[in-house]
Design a protein around this ligand. Sequence first.
Ligand code: ARG
Ligand code: ZN
Length: 471
Amino acid sequence: AGAAPPVTGSARLAAPSAAPATSAAPATPAAPATPGAAGVGDSYFPNAGNGGYDALHYDLAFDYTPGTRAVEATAVIRAKATQGLSRFNLDFDGPAVKRVTVDGRAAAFRREGQELIVTPSRPLGNGREFRVEVAYSGALKGIHDKALGRYGWLPTSDGAVVMSEPDGARSFFPANDHPGDKASYRVRVTVPKGLTVLASGEPQGPESTRGGRTTSVWTIDEPTASYLLTIAIGKFKVKRSRSKGLLNITAVDAAFADEGGLHARTAQVVDWAGKVFGPYPYSSIGGIVEAAGVGYALETQTRPVYDGGVPSTSLIVHEMAHQWFGNSVSPADWRDIWLNEGFATYAEWLWAEQHGGERAQVRFDRYYAAPDDNKLWHKPLPGDPGRDELFAGSVYTRGAMTVHALRMALGDGDFFTLLKQWTSKHAHGVARTADLLALAEQISGRDLDPLFRSWLYTEGKPSLPEARPSM
Ligand code: ARG
Ligand code: ZN
C-alpha cells in the first residue's frame, strides 16, 4: 500500500541531484493499458520498487532446508493497479521461477537483472485489485555489495536470517521493494524439525510438525516496508511474555551463553520511547540475536536483529527508536536516510541524558569541537550521502547533531512536541526532509532553512543555531 513515488525536497531545499519524476500521463479508467515502470525513481536505487500498482498484502510460504539452502516457495501478492497495466514488474533476484499466475490465470514472465517482468493474459484496468502468485525453487543466497556489505537472505551455521536494508528483499521474495509501498504480511516457514522460526510480527498458533518438518506462521498487520521484514531460522532460546499490552518475543541463538537481559531491557526501552516519541506503532516487540557475521544490527519490524551477541542497551535504544523513525515514518527516498539514522542515534543520546548519563548537549559539544579537517565536516554529507555512503558515520553522528541543533533552535518544549507530531503525522507512511523542515517551522514559527541547509547539505562546520529567545 503506498504513497506516491518519491519526489525531491522543496525547491529551496533542493539537494544537488534531483530524482526524475516517474509517472507518465495521469491514468484514467479509460486510459489504454501501458507497462508499469521498472522503478519508482529513487535517487540512489533506480530499480527499487515498481510503478503502476500498489502492493497491499504478501502471503509468503517457504519450505527451507538449511543444509543445502534450498527453498520451495510461493509468494502471493495482492495488489491494486494505479494505472491501466499491460504488464508490471516485481523486484526479484531469487532462484528459478517455475510459474506466475495473475488472478489464477497463467501469465507470461521474463527476468531482466533484478526485475521479474509479468505480462498478464489480459490487461489490468486502473484501480483493479489483482492477485499475483509466483512459485520458485532453488538455492537462496544473499547480496554481497562492495559498499553496503552483506544483506538480504543470510545463511547461518544452523539456519538463516533476513536483514534486507536497503534493497535486499528481492533476494528471497518478489516484491515492490521500496519503502514507499508498505503492505501487511503473512509468512509461513517450514524447516527440519528441531529448528525454530521467528519473524516480524506475531506467531499464529502453535507450530505444527509433520513428516519431520515443522511449520510456523507469522503475521504482521501493520504496514511494513519490504526491507524490514525479517525471518530467522535456527536453534534459539526463546523468551515470551506480555508487557503493557505488547507481546514481547526475544530469541538468542544457542551459540550465545546467555540472553543478558535482552528481553527485559527491550520492554523497558519501548516503554520509555513511547513516552518520548508517542504510541508504539506495532503490536509486538522483541529482538533476535544471531551469528550472522554482517557486522551490523537491523531494526527489522517489531523485532530487530542483533549480530554477534547480546546488544548494549544503547543499541537496543537505537534499533527500537527506528520502529518510530524509519519503520513507521519511512524515508520517501533513500537519500533521506538521515531521517532514520540521525533520529535513532539521537534517541541514544536522549536515553543517556534521561538515565543519569551524559547530557545530549555535552555530547554535541564534544563532537562540535572536532577540528575543521575532521570528516564530520566533509563529504559524505548526511542530507545526501550518496548510494555507497548510505550508512556513513556522518549520516549517524552529524545526523544526530542536526537533530540536536534543531532542539537548540526550538527549545525543549517545541522540540519534544515536534518529535511526537512527526511520528503521528507521518505514522505508517513516508516522509522527506522537507516535511520535517515544514513541521519544525510550523511549530516554532522560525525560519529553519539555514539550519537544515548548513547541517545537512553544506561542507564545513556549521555555525551554532541561535538559541530560541526565551520570554
Ligand atoms: N539501519 C541499520 C542500523 O541502524 C544499519 C544497516 C546497515 N545495512 C547494510 N546493508 N550495511 O544501524
Ligand atoms: Zn540505525
